[in-house]
Design a protein around this ligand. Sequence first.
Ligand code: NAP
Length: 427
Amino acid sequence: MKITHLESSAEFIILKQTHSLVVLDFYSEDCPPCEKLAPIYEQMAKAFPEIMFIKAFRQGHRALAESLGVSGSPTVLFFKDGELLDYYLSGYIEEQDFKTILETISGKSGLSDLTADNKKIEQYDLCIIGNGPAGLAAAVYAARYKIDQLLIGDLPGGLMTSSHKICNFPSEIEISGTDLTQKMLNKVVALEVPQKFARVNLIKQIGEFYELTLSSGEMVRAKKILLATGTKHRHLNLPNDQALVGRGVSYCATCDAMFYANKIVAVIGGSDSANTAALYLAKVAKQVYQIYRNDSLRGEVAWIDQIKADDKITVLYSTKVTEIIGEKQVTGLKIDKPYNGLTDLSVDGIFVEVGSEPDQTLINQLSLEIDEGHYIKTQANQMTSRASVWAAGDITTGSDGFRQIITAGAEGAIAIASIFKQLQAKK
Ligand code: NAP
């Protein structure tokens, strides 16, 4: 089934009445999780042709979004016989969660449809897993060394795309994360690097090859692996933190800031991501509380100076959030240190920016050696503890733990030089 792009609320009412099962995705501009969801949404529409899949540009359907209680992008809603179901997905949506809901509401399995025409196994000398700055830089170097490579990733640019303004990349005065990603992707495309926009779900060694199973159902094999999958957002681990994602809790200021025009928001965290999110939100929100567990902000001093000069931002130091208040929508939060005599703060939105950590799935499957923070231990040439597996970027212990776009790119380049030497030695 092809996806319908919604033109009006009236069209939605008709589609809802004329189709038993309807899925509706609200997406926004400058929204990395929306880009991550897009190919998954297409796959699901293909696997479940009996369901009507609709996409609605949130900014163009503001009233409809509000009437359905949507306050985050992307948000996916499910309807049966015209009624809104309780199932609900928002933020960085995982393919498996989406598929499970579709299988439940439709009563059929979509998995076989996804894998049916993907049985051929392609082989490469090198698979780069992850298409953030480390993977993209590595792909450029590998192309210049003429390595037989495949670049696989589900979100070009990775977490870099969440930055509304990058001011420390040497070639740019200032640039957004999405624009810098586009420039890096342009270079990879110009070099004709083979790419697959998917997630690697499973990796195992078979003889001299590593065999990868992708979220698209495809399988590929490679002699050498470069893991550049970066990190994923750390959660607050409060009881309703995850349940309220898209209903007042957000992990992406560039995606969701516009939902909070002239409203009151809180940003949690005190390093670069929280600092840049607070500054970005202060442009549209009425007031921003930045809640930080320590007594002085850290990260780039230039951002900290801007926060101190911004009248809309109030930093609550040495303060922890103990509870998020709200059942269907965030209405406030509780803090452990009174502010103006109160430990309840009324806010419309909460932006969680408490750092990130490596996803352990592939690390565990490969039994790689990690440090106490769960980052992959790498040597100076980016080799891991396992033969024929290298790692680069935020996922490693490299670059003295200084996780930046430029250091991720550098690690990708160093890894390729080492991989090239090994491939040459075997010829
Ligand atoms: P980060 O540097 O690891 O900082 C995480 C922040 O969250 C810290 O302030 C930390 O507090 C706080 N935190 C961690 N766990 C918490 C919890 N459970 N509850 C409350 N607060 C918690 O992460 P990041 O800010 O995402 O930055 C990651 C990397 O990207 C860094 O290398 C950063 O420099 C880079 N980055 C750079 C820019 C830029 O414009 N240059 C922008 C974004 C990110 P403590 O301070 O007490 O540890």
